[in-house]
Design a protein around this ligand. Structure first.
Ligand SMILES: Cc1cc2nc3c(=O)[nH]c(=O)nc-3n(C[C@H](O)[C@H](O)[C@H](O)COP(=O)(O)OP(=O)(O)OC[C@H]3O[C@@H](n4cnc5c(N)ncnc54)[C@H](O)[C@@H]3O)c2cc1C
Length: 371
């Protein structure tokens, strides 16, 4: 700590979800000690990243496609248990096993330029000064709702996926679900069992994949998002560009007509939604399953955003500030992407730290990277 109460570290990791824990793991493996050489800050009350807030009816078996964190398997999870509980327990074990010493709840308010080429990380629990920052703040806290005319006129209830707690509260209601992603489909299937009526609207006709998610399809989806991020555009969701996997539950719901889809309405009225061709659907609830945006407000002083609205990245490194890495952002916003991004970011952070200590490296020379 310096004379002004600022704690000095090599790196700060903001966020302890899949991406932040992966980064912390690789820093630890490279020989850096938590709370001495690096610190992990998270403002959530418990381990689990955003998973701790997922709705209780999202059980472990429904959350297919969740990858283990690097270096420790998740064993013996009960498929019927809420994914929020399974992941929170696993992350807590992981943090202990690798002595990651996540500091929580600590809210990172602002990251700005400090003296001597360092970054100042200002929080509600003091200030850290770092040579590098790995940002892993996810998207959960920035639910996105698109604008449609008349939204403020609607007399029923509007909520976003992030507010959903389970189907019970929709018993007997007429529900319009907006959005073409996996969450929309999962919530529709649950709600249709208890609601008086459901209506599904999406911008584009949904594409159902009969085959399981294969790696080629996954790679192509990631490449598309990567390309946008390289151009400084706001990323799309990786899951959003892969199409919808037709599980048994999805197939059954299609047969029952639950997944009949309409194009998005043109406006919202006091009592429902309406199309310009004269169609109307009465509704008590509009459920916006319309995705999330990256939580990056605390990085605003660093001016990382491009005119296109996104942060341009080379790998995980911000093109406008090589001390800053975004993990779990854009192409790495999946559990497997977050794992890889954590490792890639640490590789570059180690090279940057070595460069600062020893002077520039010879081109092509690589940092001692954790295997
Ligand atoms: C409903 C839903 C289901 C999903 N299912 C899957 C799936 O089955 N498979 C899959 O691969 N992906 C899935 N995803 C994508 C998923 O979000 C990512 O895969 C991954 O879990 C995100 O990890 P993360 O570390 O990037 O972010 P998060 O898990 O969101 O972690 C971010 C952390 O940063 C902290 N934080 C944020 N801002 C601050 C701040 N200013 N100061 C301090 N701390 C802060 C938060 O408290 C949080 O703990 C799903 C997403 C959603 C929304």
């Amino acid at each position: 700590m310096n004379d002004f109460g600022v704690r000095q570290v090599d790196a700060v990791v903001v966020g302890a979800g899949q991406a932040g824990l992966s980064a912390a793991h690789f820093l630890h493996r490279a020989g850096l000690a938590a709370d001495r050489d690096f610190v992990v800050l998270d403002h959530a009350p418990r381990p689990g990243g955003a998973w701790q807030f997922r709705w209780p009816s999202l059980t472990w078996e429904k959350a297919h496609g969740v990858h283990d964190l690097p270096g420790m398997r998740l064993h013996g999870a009960d498929p019927a248990q809420p994914a929020s509980e399974v992941v929170s327990r696993y992350f807590a074990d992981y943090e202990r096993a690798f002595d990651l010493r996540v500091r929580r709840p600590v809210d990172v308010r602002r990251v700005r330029e400090g003296a001597g080429g360092r970054l100042l990380v200002e929080t509600d629990a003091g200030v850290w000064s770092a040579r590098a920052l790995i940002n892993a703040t996810g998207t959960w806290e920035r639910p996105f709702v698109p604008h449609y005319p008349g939204r403020e006129l609607f007399e029923g209830r509007q909520l976003h996926t992030a507010d959903y707690r389970g189907p019970e509260e929709f018993a007997g209601a007429r529900v319009v679900v907006v959005g073409g992603g996996t969450s929309a489909v999962q919530l529709l299937i649950e709600i249709a069992d208890v609601a008086a009526a459901t209506t599904w609207v999406t911008r584009r006709p949904p594409v159902f994949r009969e085959e399981a998610f294969d790696t080629e399809l996954g790679r192509a989806a990631v490449a598309r998002v990567e390309e946008r991020v390289r151009r400084g555009l706001p990323p799309q969701s990786v899951v959003g560009v892969t199409g919808l996997y037709a599980t048994d539950a999805v197939r059954a719901a299609r047969e029952r007509g639950v997944l009949e889809r309409l194009p998005v309405f043109d406006r919202i009225t006091a009592r429902g939604v309406a199309w310009d061709d004269g169609r109307e659907v009465a509704a008590d609830v509009i459920l916006w399953a319309t995705g999330f945006r990256a939580s990056l407000a605390h990085l605003a002083p660093l001016r990382l955003r491009e005119p296109g609205g996104g942060v341009r990245l080379e790998g995980t490194r911000a093109v406008r500030d090589p001390r800053v890495h975004l993990v779990g952002y854009g192409p790495s916003a999946s559990t497997i992407g977050a794992n890889r991004a954590g490792r890639a970011a640490v590789r570059e952070v180690l090279a940057l730290l070595a460069e600062q200590r020893e002077g520039p490296r010879v081109p092509g020379d690589r940092a001692p990277v954790p295997a």
